[in-house]
Ligand binder design. Structure first.
Ligand code: NAD
Length: 484
């Protein structure tokens, strides 16, 4: 497999709206010549995609780290390349079964006719991806799109220019532009991209931009999968195993320095446990990261504007009376220089604080008093439906109440974020946290047209319903009324 020598240039000429339209037209024309690629050709594409990601792993690790200022190598391997390889293996194992026509039941009055559902590629899938897991979130939708027999155009984030350029080079090496194309550039390119009449558009990013993208797609009646964000709650029951909860929540909150769509945004727990829990979180963070500045295991905040936003949110909470605990004792100037934010536990919050209103997307963790499950569920239900929800506890009846009475994109029980990398269940949001789903079979179906087909029998009695209507029709109708 070709190993790319990453280009030092990060500014490939940005495509114009006309260039993008031209690529889309070429992809659609190529699709029309081969509208239902066989499994062998789909498998070949998935395999070479996997091989290319593997062969260029070091270069991807470096590009992402350069874009972030620093990204822990292991985080890129765990949360980007391994997730992608898992997605590809799963798709290669299962897509032949998903591609098959599925038998569907047929109501008695329509027999001996029969029904089938026939999955069919849609055509060209547009993929707009964010900066936080820039490789995974560009490639995972691509796996679904290629497995389902489509072509694809990708617009990665302008916040990760090195990764975007490398992605363009690597995919350009293994795919013709009429199969897979990467459009690098800024928001103007993203706007032109989202206005294209794709056969389906997958957008991963913020809820606000999601609204703009959905409106642009609506003009073309392009169906969308929207993978958005929000404030994902963690409910800790009073009898939860605190050691387990502390270590798992700390890990999930500090992965990628909290810049994870499914990071636990805030915690709800009984007030009597908050002090001990908050101290334990700080202690655990310091065990994971003896220092935050200069630590290769810890990731930087992506950009100055995002760093400043986190500082502002914190200052707002402090000014309004919150109590702040910061892990470690790193030099503040050094932390700022490296754009590193240590775990910061925020207690005694009030609803008017920005930290309780906006998606945090960084390593700040508000802990809110909630004395019992009724109170926690009421709190969650009063907010926008989140992308993820976490519950820690041992009582299965309470667990089931959480599952039945809260609505979120997905759930992990007694841990955080693991549901996202299960290829056997759908991943997606609900309401303001998203629309539609992908990963595994859910992705295959999102990027396919699941065509309903009725096969009529030569013995059909349907002609008795043809005009001119007479006694045979009436007999047939009274028989059908009895059956239906
Ligand atoms: P963002 O919405 O700012 O940007 C995402 C993409 O949209 C980028 O490629 C950008 O170029 C493009 N874009 C920006 N303005 C646009 C416009 N006007 N029209 C069309 N496209 C436009 O998001 P971000 O800051 O890159 O990512 C962070 C957000 O993404 C967080 O809210 C996070 O929760 C969410 N997220 C969700 C998931 C998920 O799977 N649900 C995964 C990762 C991140």
């Amino acid at each position: 497999m070709v190993r790319i020598n990453p280009s030092s240039k990060t500014n490939a000429a940005e495509p114009t709206a006309a260039d993008l339209q031209n690529i889309l037209s070429r992809q659609k024309a190529a699709f029309n010549l081969n509208p239902n690629p066989d499994w062998a050709s789909r498998k070949a594409k998935l395999s070479k995609l996997g091989d290319a990601i593997k062969a260029n792993e070091d270069a991807f690790v470096k590009a992402i780290s350069d874009d972030f200022g620093h990204r822990a190598t292991e985080e890129t391997i765990i949360a980007e390349s391994m997730v992608i390889q898992g997605g590809i293996s799963h798709a290669i194992k299962h897509t032949p079964k998903w591609m098959r026509a599925r038998k569907a039941p047929t109501a008695l009055q329509f027999k001996p006719g029969s029904n089938k559902i026939i999955p069919q590629p849609l055509g060209v899938i547009g993929i707009i991806s964010p900066w936080n897991y820039p490789l995974q979130l560009a490639i995972m939708p691509l796996i679904g799109a290629l497995g389902a027999g489509n072509r694809a155009m990708i617009k990665p984030s302008e916040y990760t220019p090195k990764l975007s350029m490398l992605l363009k080079q690597v995919l350009g090496e293994i795919f013709d532009e009429s199969e897979v194309y990467v459009a690098t550039g800024g928001v103007n390119v993203a706007q032109a991209f989202s206005s294209l009449p794709f056969d389906h558009l997958v957008f991963t990013g913020s809820t606000n931009v999601g609204r703009i993208v959905a409106a642009a797609a609506a003009k073309n009646l392009t169906p969308c999968t929207l993978e958005l964000g929000g404030k994902s709650p963690t409910i800790i029951d009073k009898d939860a195993n605190m050691d387990i909860a502390v270590s798992r929540i700390t890990n999930a909150k500090l992965l990628n320095a909290g810049q994870t769509c499914v990071a636990p945004d805030y915690v709800l727990m009984p007030s009597e446990k908050i002090e001990a829990f908050s101290d334990a979180m700080i202690e655990q963070a310091e065990k994971f990261y003896p220092t935050f500045a200069g630590n290769d295991d810890y990731t930087s905040i992506i950009a100055d504007a995002h760093y400043a936003r986190l500082q502002d949110i914190l200052e707002d909470a402090e000014n309004k009376g919150a109590r702040i605990r910061v892990a470690g004792d790193d030099d503040k100037q050094q932390l700022a220089k490296e754009r590193r934010v240590p775990l910061t536990v925020v207690t005694e919050t009030t609803p008017d604080m920005r930290i309780m209103q906006e998606e945090i997307f960084g390593p700040l963790l508000p802990v809110v008093a909630s004395e019992n499950l009724d109170e926690s569920l009421e709190y969650v239900q009063s907010k926008e439906r989140p992308l993820a929800l976490y519950w820690f506890g041992q009582d299965n009846q309470k667990r089931d109440r959480v599952l039945n009475e809260s609505i979120s994109g997905g759930v992990s029980i007694n841990d955080c974020a693991w549901h996202v990398i299960q290829e056997d269940i759908p991943f997606g949001g609900v309401g303001p946290s998203g629309m539609g789903a992908y990963h595994g079979e859910a992705g295959f179906e999102s990027f396919s047209h699941m065509k309903g087909v009725f096969f009529q029998s030569r013995f059909s009695q349907g002609k008795k319903l043809h005009p001119p209507y007479g006694p045979a029709t009436h007999k047939m109708l009274s028989l059908m009324k009895k059956i239906i």
